[in-house]
Design a protein around this ligand. Structure first.
Ligand SMILES: NC(=O)c1ccc[n+]([C@@H]2O[C@H](COP(=O)([O-])OP(=O)(O)OC[C@H]3O[C@@H](n4cnc5c(N)ncnc54)[C@H](O)[C@@H]3O)[C@@H](O)[C@H]2O)c1
Length: 390
């Protein structure tokens, strides 16, 4: 079977779906790789490194899609909401597509993929189980984003992060608050601690308190309790507006004391909750920085502008999107390992063997035979259950 890696076409995207180091593992399992020439260059992986590991090069994108049985992408149609459509005429019936499809974004984009007849898998739907951990691309990208958020904040803040005792006096450490201590938030805590900041963190799931503390952060406890804070998959559940309002009242004082606030609180498929209001921004000291990692889904800060860096009340608010793409070497390395583990789980004797009894396979399979077959996606968009599933 031939695995194809086209160049990423989302504007500014620098990642690539496979790195040279994983090719030998794929070959051992009977899979060959064809790469669109130049696909890895922006991430720091020249063509020669791929061919040295046994990949062949295709002169253009059409050749990759025409020859490959399996297409591996980072941002596919759906998550690539700018140019992803261009790939639709290139996909064919039975061809396998694996990538970020944004399956709970817009039903139309998933219907578009279904209409090509491709068998598509969305990495966002990976179950949160121990066995699937090595395939979990959301966690990999979250790790990169959490790290980069702190680097951006440190670069923007007019202060340094660590405490210093010098002949010119003592410098107090920066105070960093992380809101939403999921994978990205936890990495932000660890990175800010390494730079010497005093870090606190808040999350509506009380279960993360110990994780925050083990990274050297202080857990901010508010006098409110979320109802059913977490679903069976470990994700936060949306709360009602009265909860969010009370949360904002209590968080106001904490936010005002910070030099940096990093927000990373998202609810899958939903608009992100507003945790930092414009009044809270106005109460922060001038020069403070907010990095809003939830900006793609509306943002956790009321003033965030998606994809922009703005200054309001003297506070810099960074709403960058697609941050993982700004660390393309390691983001691609992690993603490539995730995809390779995912693929090898489905390959037997060089052939794809879709075992629908495997939770990893049936949870991530989105379209097959012209239909959206994923029960979670169908339910999310209120599509009737498929007859075969009932
Ligand atoms: N294979 C596995 O076992 C596995 C893999 C990945 C993640 N996880 C776990 O799943 C959990 C969620 O991880 P994630 O990074 O994908 O989360 P996420 O990106 O979906 O959300 C980020 C965080 O924001 C928090 N949040 C949401 N609304 C909030 C609000 N109003 N106020 C404060 N915080 C709010 C969530 O509780 C979550 O911790 C973590 O505990 C993580 O360790 C497990």
């Amino acid at each position: 079977m031939l695995v194809g890696v086209p160049r990423e076409i989302f504007p500014g995207e620098r990642r690539v779906a496979l790195v040279p180091a994983v090719i030998p593992n794929l070959k051992k399992a009977g899979l060959e790789v064809i790469l669109e020439a130049g696909a890895g260059v922006e991430a720091g992986y020249p063509d020669a490194e791929y061919t040295a590991k046994g990949a062949t090069l295709a002169a253009d994108r059409n050749e990759v899609f025409a020859k490959a049985d399996i297409i591996l992408q980072v941002l596919s149609h759906g998550s690539n909401d700018r140019t992803g459509k261009e790939d639709l005429p290139l996909l064919r019936k039975g061809q396998v597509l694996i990538g970020f499809l944004r399956p709970l974004g817009e039903v139309r984009t998933i219907q578009d993929i279904a209409a090509t007849g491709a068998t598509s898998f969305s990495v966002e739907l990976m179950p949160r189980t121990t066995r699937a951990q090595s395939m979990d691309a959301l966690s990999s990208m979250g790790t990169i984003c959490g790290y980069k958020a702190v680097v951006l904040a440190a670069d923007t803040l007019p202060r340094i992060f660590p405490m210093l005792t010098t002949a010119a006096g003592t410098i107090t450490p920066a105070r960093v608050l992380v809101m939403g201590a999921g994978v990205a938030g936890l990495q932000a805590i660890a990175t800010a601690r390494r730079l010497g900041a005093v870090v606190s963190a808040y999350d509506l799931r009380p279960a993360v308190k110990e994780q925050v503390q083990s990274l050297g952060g202080r857990f901010v406890e508010l006098d409110i309790e979320a109802k059913d804070a977490q679903d069976a998959g470990g994700y936060a559940k949306a709360q009602d507006e009265s909860f969010y309002q009370r949360q904002r009242e209590l968080l106001g004082k904490v936010v005002a004391q910070q030099d940096v606030v990093i927000t990373a609180a998202v609810i899958p498929g939903k608009k992100s909750p507003v945790l930092v209001t414009k009044e809270m921004v106005a109460a922060m000291a001038p020069g403070s920085v907010i990095v809003d990692l939830a900006s793609e889904r509306g943002g956790n800060c009321e003033l965030t502008r998606t994809g922009e860096k703005i200054v309001e009340h003297g506070v810099s608010i960074i709403g960058s999107i697609n941050l993982a793409s700004t660390v393309p070497y390691h983001a691609s390395q992690m993603y490539a390992r995730n995809l390779t583990n995912f693929l090898l789980n489905m390959v037997k004797d060089g052939q794809l063997n879709l075992n629908l009894d495997d939770e990893i396979v049936h949870s991530t399979l989105v379209t097959q035979g012209g239909e959206i077959v994923n029960p979670r996606v169908r339910e999310f968009f209120s599509l009737p259950a498929l007859v075969a599933q009932t």
